[in-house]
Design a protein around this ligand. Structure first.
Ligand code: SF4
Length: 235
């Protein structure tokens, strides 16, 4: 049996993780890994482009490509005036350059058409659900990118799931085994208690690196084993 699924619900509208004591899960992770705080806001457009550039590459690479992009195009207007191929050339080192350049250029163009200026600062004033709905309209920008932008730049309560978080939540039983990205994000947005989005996100990443690894998770040492479907099956 794979390390990801002892027993699982399919993705249905009825799926509920309501019986899972999520507050204890969050609390136990905080006892183990600390209480990370999301203190600052930042420019949401810069953050969105950073997250686009971070896809399918390392943090170091994506930071380098973002720095290269800002150096070559000191303003987003300058990037909009550039050819898509020039943007792609500038971010080549981060991989998927043509695809990312298309998304970035499309985003800049659409913002100019809609607002007459290239900015997403108005997201700071929106409610989380409204901001999610707004960002969904852009091509190539999925639920994780949206959630990261809103959580990290605007401190809004939207929960991003990456590959590692998906793995842990499936093992624990907080999301169904078969579940679209969008559905998983919806389920978690409804489940995570207010004020705990950032802490839970960061600590799940820490937990995925430390114990709940892709292969051979260390369930014997896990602080949330009592709440985990996979851990209960394994031990
Ligand atoms: S018990 Fe802990 S380490 Fe094991 S699968 Fe569950 S969350 Fe991961």
């Amino acid at each position: 049996m794979s390390a990801s699924s002892p027993r699982r619900a399919e993705d249905t509208e009825e799926f509920s993780a309501g019986e899972k004591p999520i507050r204890y899960i969050i609390q136990n992770l905080e006892r183990t890994y600390g209480v990370p705080l999301n203190k600052r806001t930042s420019d949401p457009l810069d953050m969105l482009v950073k997250i686009i550039l971070s896809q399918a590459t390392s943090d170091t690479n994506s930071e380098r490509t973002f720095a290269a992009l800002k150096k070559r195009f000191p303003t987003w207007d300058a990037a909009l005036r550039a050819r898509e191929s020039t943007i792609a050339e500038t971010i080549r080192a981060g991989g998927l350059a043509n695809q990312k350049a298309k998304v970035i250029k499309g985003l800049l163009r659409q913002l100019t058409e809609q607002h007459g200026e290239i900015s997403l600062n108005f997201l700071h004033e929106m409610k989380a659900a409204e901001a999610v709905a707004y960002l969904k309209q852009f091509r190539g920008i999925g639920p994780k990118t949206i959630a990261c932008t809103l959580l990290f730049a605007c401190r809004q309560e939207v929960f991003p799931l990456d590959t590692h978080i998906f793995r842990i939540l499936r093992r624990v039983g907080l999301i169904p085994q078969k579940c679209t990205d969008e559905r998983a994000h919806q389920l978690m947005n409804a489940l995570v208690p207010e004020g705990k989005f950032y802490s839970f996100h960061v600590n799940l990443i820490r937990h995925g690196r430390a114990l709940c690894r892709p292969r051979e998770p260390l369930c014997e040492r896990c602080p949330i084993v009592e709440y985990c479907d996979y851990g209960n099956w394994k031990i």
